[in-house]
Ligand binder design. Sequence first.
Ligand SMILES: Nc1ncnc2c1ncn2[C@@H]1O[C@H](COP(=O)(O)OP(=O)(O)OP(=O)(O)O)[C@@H](O)[C@H]1O
Length: 249
Amino acid sequence: MSLQTTRTDREETAADGPILRLEGVGRTFRMGEVEVEVLRDVDLEIGPGELVVMVGPSGSGKTTLLNLVGGLDQPTAGRVWFRDRELSACSKRALGEFRREAVGFVFQFFNLVPTLTARENVQVAAEIVDEPLDVDECLRLVGLAPRADHFPAQLSGGEQQRVAIARALAKNPELLLCDEPTGALDFETGKAVLAMLWDVNKRMNKTVIIITHNQAIARMADRLIRIRSGRIADDVRQDHPVPPGEISW
Ligand SMILES: Nc1ncnc2c1ncn2[C@@H]1O[C@H](COP(=O)(O)OP(=O)(O)OP(=O)(O)O)[C@@H](O)[C@H]1O
């Protein structure tokens, strides 16, 4: 299967309506007698093929929001849809199926299986879906084909993160969710990882959501969303996003 999509593909999918829709979403955690309202009144629509960066201070609710759109958690108020599937009404099992088929996750600390090689880490993800991408092609895409037989401990942080991106891609998900993907990386390596995510968005037309503390990363976004105290404080479309190679911080 080709990893490339055409402009026409992008336009066709854009006509399909939002890939994600949140209406009046809230998430409250109960800790003993105390209720902590972490998200409130979140209304949001994200279109297919968008590259969205969410920024906000520590504790503002970014990860909580990402967990809701990734089917890792469910809201205590409001509703969440992925296309026409209402995630907020799904059983745990249906949510698991949704995550398996539709979502690729990239985390700050890579979360690779240490006893498996790079290729095997990607293979494991490919095996759980019906229509995976070719494992070696995914490793090639992130520039790691020559290191495919190495174990995570034999790879640098940046290389491990690239394996994690290949693993997320191998499932051929519509949605890629990245929680502080450069948080554990130095500047140059972080930029290389962002360039990879940029490519995945532009060339493969995946919807990519990146959450970060790093305001500089915001410049690469089609859309910049600022979260403050559990609410969307700002939601801006950027007509001229800047490729990560041209960003400094
Ligand atoms: N399972 C939970 N139980 C109780 N409180 C929680 C739970 N998950 C998150 N919280 C609280 O919700 C708030 C928001 O957390 P969240 O991880 O979403 O913030 P964040 O913006 O991603 O922060 P950071 O940038 O530091 O990762 C925090 O105060 C956190 O302690």
